[in-house]
Design a protein around this ligand. Structure first.
Ligand code: N0T
Length: 535
């Protein structure tokens, strides 16, 4: 299907995530779609908060808004539902021509119960928190409590029913996140009687099939027998994933939208070790994606929430969250300028979406996770990247699904990076003047004091490429089938897709503009490049 996939949108088809040969696409209106996203702040889920959200979404040139829907807000009194915010949101999103990704803040929000309705959060008998070995309460609710699951599920199903009723004919809402950053800090797993009983039982076959043991354990048996020192974490992961699955499955039975979970990362580069309390146990961390796949088949994606600023950690995270079974989707990333360049890598690696968190003019900053200022200086760096991708987002998403795309972002070491293409090798370098080969080390270039370069490339034919980049230079060398042949640019066009699939050329680059590679400055744009060889 990948090769013949069309960019033509067919309204009325439900969004879905499709995978083939380790590549993935989010289909919206029947064709691959790229989420150029923005996530609103946590407390922007009220009608009066929306103007500042829409203003930022527009400045960021985002095509999709991620925004919470809280259990406390839709079911303040047990059994009485109020979806008036959802109605306002969907109506306004349509007016603005923005798609929505809803975030269900239910039992767990950043692992905690803050978004539970009062009738849930203060009734610790009916809706119990996890307990440790000594029976002491954790702050975080137990995934083994059937009453909590039933109540959360009921509210979620009501939400999905409502969505189907108001949006089932047009899919303004394209995806739903189930819970937010699940897992538990400070306690590796629940020790309630129900948890103890399950822990001493056998590991389910589906989990055994998908999740290898990092230690030498038995091929089957109890959690401890199979997973050794990792047993507590893996067991809790399974319990949380299973809880999420029940909710997602019930919701999708009513209205079948794609669903996903997001992860507060564990350190992506430190060696894997049993849980030491340094990350939320039970969440979809990279090391347990297999458990989520086994326990939660109604969840299409586990996405990383990236707030680590170090480039090696960001790069490692993108690797860890793109697998044969897991599409790359970055549902949250810091909204500070340094993260804008990461979008080139995510879209280049065939990612289905990217969304800076708190891209919203509400006067709140989560610095040092993201930007200090909540103004146009926050949205502009993302706006220029989205602006470059937006007119060709359907084409790009299709190329990504076909395995034609690649992308890099400038690392903290500022070193050049190579991209292996079919018949060619591209070298992407940073901090170079547009004319000549002097490096910024000896000749500092204004505006490149901090790493901000990024480049994404699609091989659209044997010798043809679409490149979109900022603060980077790209050079091509023959390789593979072209190895050893002299080569030249056949033609380099600057231009843009028109939003309807047609390339519109603005000028042909030649002379000074091509003598030292193809150089992209501070503002991204698109080149269409044809290469040739002779013998
Ligand atoms: C994120 C956001 C919001 C490098 C933080 C990140 C959002 C949630 N949590 O603004 O709360 O709802 O998903 C937690 C990051 C922990 C610190 C990372 C240090």
């Amino acid at each position: 299907m990948a090769a013949g996939v069309s960019t033509r949108a067919i309204a009325g088809e439900l969004p879905r995530v499709v995978s083939k040969d380790g590549r993935h696409a989010l289909m919206v209106d029947g064709a691959p779609y790229l989420i150029l996203g923005a996530q609103a702040h946590n407390s922007s889920n009220y009608p009066k908060a929306l103007p500042k959200v829409w203003a930022a979404v527009a400045d960021a040139q985002a095509n999709t808004l991620e925004i919470p829907i809280a259990w406390e807000q839709v079911e303040p009194v047990e059994g009485r539902f109020d979806f008036s915010f959802v109605d306002t949101l969907v109506k306004e999103a349509r007016e603005k021509d923005v798609r929505l990704v809803l975030l269900w803040f239910g039992t767990w929000k950043n692992t905690a119960p803050a978004y539970l309705p009062e009738w849930v959060k203060f009734d610790n008998r009916r809706f119990p928190r996890m307990v440790d070995k000594d029976g002491k309460d954790s702050y975080s609710h137990s995934p083994h409590a059937t009453a909590t699951l039933a109540a959360d599920k009921r509210a979620f199903v009501e939400l999905m029913k409502h969505l189907k009723a108001i949006d089932g004919d047009r899919q303004t809402v394209i995806m739903v996140q189930v819970q937010n950053e699940v897992g538990t800090y400070g306690l590796v797993r629940d020790h309630s009687p129900a948890a103890q009983k399950a822990f001493s039982g056998p590991v389910p076959a589906a989990v055994l099939a998908k999740q290898k043991s990092p230690v030498k354990g038995k091929a089957s048996g109890t959690w401890k027998e199979v997973y050794g020192d990792y047993a507590d974490q893996y067991f809790h992961t399974w319990a949380v994933a299973n809880y999420i699955e029940q909710i997602a499955r019930a919701g999708r039975a009513v209205y079948d939208l794609p669903m996903f979970v997001n992860n507060a990362l564990r350190d992506p580069v430190e060696p894997l070790a049993p849980w030491k309390g340094n990350f939320a146990s039970g969440g979809p961390t990279y090391d347990v994606l297999g458990i989520y796949e086994a326990a939660a088949p109604h969840i299409d994606v586990a996405g990383p929430d990236i707030y680590l600023h170090e480039s090696d950690k960001v790069a490692k995270t993108l690797e860890q969250f793109l697998t044969k079974d897991n599409p790359l989707f970055v549902p949250e990333i810091g909204n500070s300028e340094d993260f804008a360049r990461v979008a080139f890598a995510v879209f280049g690696k065939g990612g289905i979406g990217f969304a800076p968190f708190g891209l919203d003019y509400f006067d709140f900053s989560n610095y040092p996770l993201g930007a200090k200022a909540t103004d146009k200086t926050m949205t502009a760096p993302f706006g220029q990247v989205y602006g470059a991708f937006r007119p060709m987002m359907r084409e790009w998403a299709k190329w990504g699904f076909e395995g034609r795309t690649h992308g890099v972002f400038e690392h903290d070491d500022r070193k050049p990076q190579e991209i292996a293409l079919n018949g060619w090798k591209a070298t992407v370098s940073f901090r170079q003047r547009q004319f000549g080969d002097s490096m910024a080390k000896n000749d500092p270039i204004e505006g490149t004091e901090k790493p901000n370069g990024g480049l994404a490339i699609a091989q659209v034919a044997d010798n043809e490429f679409i490149v979109v980049a900022q603060n980077a230079r790209i050079k091509f060398d023959p390789s593979g089938r072209n190895d050893g042949k002299p080569s030249m640019y056949a033609r380099v066009e600057e231009g843009q897709y028109d939003g309807k699939g047609k390339w519109v050329m603005e000028r042909v680059w030649n002379g000074d503009q091509t003598d030292y590679g193809l150089n992209f400055g501070a503002k991204p744009f698109v080149l269409k490049i044809k290469l040739g060889t002779y013998q």
